[in-house]
Design a protein around this ligand. Structure first.
Ligand SMILES: [Zn+2]
Length: 443
């Protein structure tokens, strides 16, 4: 008996000793810092990292005895990049696998894709649909490499809506039938009518979602929803919003068309995903109601998506014809714009994530591009309030107390934003949560 007590005491002492160990420290010197907010660099600075947070950004010499030293050699330090419209699972699986495959294959490809995302310098993503909870937990625990994930869990669709990828023969349904495979494994969710909307929303929040993702307008890659179709009744959309509000978070909705966007804003949706076919009036309504426009530089260019369904291809052209007009108008109106890529079903295209960011130079200055992909996107992530799991430090900035998520760039992206399009060549150091995942500085 005494022996058992003794061993317990020893364990407690050992744990106590571990807890008091000083956090690891890294001092990076001789860097020019883009802090995520200001358009000029903090030149010849030193940045001290303690544990997973930034402890100091200084232009004076910093006392850092015992710290690991990295000579930045005049490189530019920028905050880790953020993709506000990312699908951890859909990005890197062929559509045929997402629709007809096995969840294990989808998950493994998703985990591999998460590592690729981090190694492109994207240290945080807002996952706007898919079951990324397990991958997120393993990343946060340091078991596998990947970005911080703010998950939405399964995106919710009505019958025949954007995330209803069931085969043609799936309807009519019998309420006694089991859930379709992808609904049962949480890759997508379906709800019709206010009571089911409330139930599914609560289930998704119970899984650990940061915010709810729904679809209230026609989609491109889906089969049974022409673009002009509005999805969900006002009462149903309001029910999603109300459940999100009880969890002190918000609803993001997939929408392209103008009337669907206006109705969503009036129902309380706080983030319109895509919105390429919107009018100026609706954009002004969004601006006046603090609603985000989560845009992607989707163009029918060398990175244009190709769909096996001719109708999807036709919808793709219709939507991407609105991209240029939408960015231009959003800038004029002054609505809050977030940057995302929405890369789907193609690991090779996912490699172009940084190239998508660089495409914003058609509409924005390099500073505006970098600000959007760092501090501004971080603001959108923070809209999840207490459901945002990353609250120990700030995201998207380089400042005292912020998370140590940062990149050393070989060159100055404020002068040449194309540097972010080639992360494997120009990102010499990638750190997330104080951990170095790449270091080719020679230090
Ligand atoms: Zn999407």
């Amino acid at each position: 008996m005494n022996k058992i007590v003794l061993s317990v005491l020893i364990t407690i002492t050992a744990c106590g000793a571990n807890a008091q160990e000083p956090a690891s420290r890294t001092l990076t010197t001789n860097v020019n810092v883009f802090d995520g907010v200001n358009d000029s660099l903090i030149e010849n600075a030193s940045v001290l990292i303690e544990g997973n947070l930034i402890a100091a950004v200084a232009t004076e010499p910093v006392e850092a005895e015992g710290a690991t030293m990295i000579d930045g050699a005049g490189r530019t330090m920028i905050p880790g990049l953020i993709d506000a419209h990312w699908h951890t699972l859909y990005c890197c699986n062929p559509q045929s696998v997402v629709v007809t495959g096995d969840i294990l294959e989808v998950a493994i490809r998703g985990a591999k894709g998460a590592e690729g995302t981090l190694m492109r310098g994207f240290t945080s993503v807002r996952d706007v649909g898919g079951n990324s909870f397990a991958i997120k937990r393993m990343i946060d625990a340091g078991e596998i490499p990947g970005p911080r994930i703010l998950p939405s869990g399964p995106p919710v669709t009505q019958t025949g809506g954007h995330f209803d990828y069931r085969p043609y023969q799936a309807v009519p349904t019998d309420p006694a039938e089991p859930l379709w495979y992808w609904y049962a494994v949480g890759l997508m969710a379906q709800a019709d009518g206010v009571p089911e909307v409330i139930k599914r929303s609560r289930e998704i929040m119970r899984m650990g979602a940061g915010q709810l993702k729904i679809s209230t307008g026609g989609g491109v890659s889906s089969t049974y929803d022409p673009l002009d179709v509005r999805q969900y009744t006002c009462a149903e959309i309001e029910a999603f919003v109300e459940v999100a509000d009880t969890y002190n978070t918000y609803v993001a909705s997939h929408i392209f068309t103008d009337d669907a966007a206006r109705i969503a804003v009036e129902a309380g949706v706080k983030s319109i995903e895509h919105g390429f076919l919107m009018s100026r009036e609706t954009m002004e309504l969004m601006r006046d109601n603090d609603v985000w426009l989560s845009l992607q530089p989707l163009l029918d260019d060398e990175d244009g998506f190709t769909f096996s369904e001719p109708e999807s291809q036709r919808k793709w052209i219709e939507v991407t014809n609105g991209t240029d007009r939408t960015y231009t108008m959003a800038k004029e109106v002054g609505v809050k714009v977030a940057f995302g890529t929405d890369i789907l079903f193609d690991p090779a295209l996912a490699e172009r994530q940084g190239a998508f960011l660089a495409k914003l130079q058609r509409w924005y200055t390099p500073f505006e591009v970098l600000e959007m992909a760092t501090s501004i996107n971080a603001e959108l992530l923070a809209l999840a309030g207490p459901r945002n799991p990353y609250q120990e430090g700030k995201l998207g900035v380089i400042a005292e107390g912020a998370y140590a998520d940062l990149i050393l760039v070989d060159g100055n992206p404020l002068e040449d934003i194309d540097l972010v399009a080639d992360p494997h060549g120009t990102f010499d150091l990638i750190m997330k949560d104080g951990v170095i995942f790449k270091n080719t500085t020679g230090e």
